[in-house]
Design a protein around this ligand. Structure first.
Ligand SMILES: C[S@@+](CC[C@H](N)C(=O)[O-])C[C@H]1O[C@@H](n2cnc3c(N)ncnc32)[C@H](O)[C@@H]1O
Length: 258
């Protein structure tokens, strides 16, 4: 990818204390943090440059990584944390060219990760109940992923069923994934992977019980991820004091033949 910053790129301005400000490079517009700078002065620079604002303060300018982007994504619903998205993509075994269904879409955080993982030859079909969430997710995908001809967004209730069959992977991030086992089984191909994301222990138990009672599924796994950053500064080499102690449980299951 060309490192040169372009008009409309989302970029992070990072100050000396490593505070991050997500902005877009809109031609003719000023970017204001403490002092300001014209977006046109930043366009054309390679990312990783330092730029001087009118206040005299310097900021490092970089395109956001996925992990940088997600905490800043405009949202109305809770997004899946990047610490969970990574293992979900790997345990969910999303591969270039895969056909993947997701329900629901929320702010589109997982959608962006799925689109990146399936690549241009894959397909992502997102189901969402609410028009307003769908609109926000559409805006987020356009702004932070770009053109996505391999993506279809459908307004609908997943419990009513999916139109697709022969699907490789299904991701469910909604309250009662256990209620969607029959519709997911009808859409998944034999050997396909079901990935569920549920925040509470009761949802975990209900979902796993339902999967284990369903003869169309096997190989059920449940886990959570704990990510602990470390400070490495002079002699102070230790875990940081605060961390996200809980987000949600991840449940994986395989669709059997028949
Ligand atoms: C927690 S959010 C999903 C967040 C998303 N995974 C992300 O990373 O941004 C749950 C979403 O599921 C949607 N939803 C809830 N029940 C649904 C249903 N029966 N069919 C389709 N979508 C549903 C909600 O409207 C909401 O947008």
């Amino acid at each position: 990818m060309d490192p040169t910053l372009k008009e409309n790129d989302p970029v992070l301005f990072i100050d000396r204390k490593r505070r991050r400000y997500l902005k877009r490079l809109r031609s003719g517009r000023k970017i204001t943090i403490r002092g300001d700078i014209l977006a046109d002065e930043v366009v054309g620079l390679p990312e990783g440059s330092r730029v001087r604002f009118s206040s005299g303060e310097y900021f490092l300018v970089l395109r956001p990584t996925y992990a940088d982007l997600i905490p800043n994504l405009p949202r109305q619903a809770q997004v899946i944390y990047p610490k969970d998205t990574g293992p979900m993509l790997l345990w969910g075994d999303v591969f270039p060219g895969a056909t993947v269904i997701e329900g629901g879409i929320g702010a589109g955080a997982l959608t962006i990760a799925l689109l990146r993982a399936v690549g241009p030859d894959g397909r992502v079909i997102s189901y969402e109940l609410r028009e307003d969430f769908a609109r926000m997710a559409r805006d987020n995908v356009a702004a932070y992923f770009g053109d996505a001809p391999q993506w279809t967004l459908k307004i609908g209730d997943i419990y009513q069923g999916f139109a697709e069959t022969g699907v490789d992977r299904i991701f469910l991030d909604l309250a009662e994934p256990g209620r969607a086992l029959a519709v997911a089984a009808a859409a998944l191909r034999a050997g396909g992977v079901l990935v569920c994301y549920v925040p509470t222990a009761l949802q975990l138990k209900d979902t796993v019980d339902a999967i284990q009672a369903d003869p169309r599924y096997a190989e059920v796994e449940s886990f959570e991820t704990l990510l602990r950053h470390w400070q490495v500064k002079g002699l102070s080499v230790r875990p940081i004091h605060r961390m996200v102690a809980h987000s949600a449980f991840i449940i994986i299951a395989r669709r059997l033949a028949g």
